[in-house]
Write a protein that binds this ligand. Structure first.
Ligand SMILES: [Zn+2]
Length: 141
C-alpha cells in the first residue's frame, strides 16, 4: 500500500481522510482519497469529486481553487456531512484557504484526537482505540 503523508490525507473536497472509517478500519483499509485507486473501496474510486474533470485537468489540490467552487456536487456532499456527521467539508476548505494547510492539520489533530491518544472517527463518532464517544460540542466547533 502506498504511504501518504498527513498533507495528502486531506481530500480535494476538504474531508480529512485520517478520520474516515474506511481509513481507520483494519480490514480493506482505504489509503485515502489521494492514494492509488487499486487500494481503495469502490465507493471512493467512483467519487464524483475525485473524478471531476476540472480537478483532473487543472490538477488543483483543493476544490476551493476551482472556478466552479462551490459546485453542486460539493454542496451536496457538504450538506450530507453537516446533517449526518456534524462536519462541513466546505468549512474545512475555507479554513485551509484562510490559514493554510499546516494550521488546518494542527486544528484537525486537536479536534479528532481522543484523550487516550487514539483517533475519533467522523462517521462513527467514537474513538477507534478506546471506544469513547466523541463530545459533540468539540466536533461541530
Ligand atoms: Zn480513545
Amino acid at each position: 500500500m502506498q504511504v501518504l503523508n498527513k498533507y495528502s490525507l486531506i481530500a480535494p473536497c476538504g474531508i480529512n481522510c485520517s478520520i474516515c472509517m474506511a481509513y481507520l478500519r483494519e480490514k480493506n483499509k482505504c489509503p485515502g482519497c489521494r492514494g492509488v485507486d487499486a487500494d481503495k473501496p469502490i465507493t471512493r474510486i467512483k467519487c464524483k469529486i475525485k473524478t471531476c474533470l476540472n480537478f483532473q485537468k487543472s490538477k488543483v489540490k483543493f476544490c476551493f481553487k476551482c472556478k466552479d467552487f462551490p459546485c453542486n456536487v460539493l454542496e451536496h456532499l457538504d450538506k450530507r456531512y453537516r446533517v449526518k456527521y456534524n462536519m462541513s467539508p466546505i468549512d474545512n476548505l475555507m479554513q485551509i484557504k484562510k490559514s493554510g494547510i499546516k494550521e488546518f492539520l494542527i486544528s484537525e489533530e486537536e479536534k479528532w484526537t481522543c484523550r487516550c491518544g487514539g483517533t475519533i472517527c467522523v462517521h462513527k463518532g467514537y474513538c477507534y482505540s478506546c471506544g469513547r464517544k466523541a463530545n459533540k460540542r468539540t466536533i461541530g466547533g
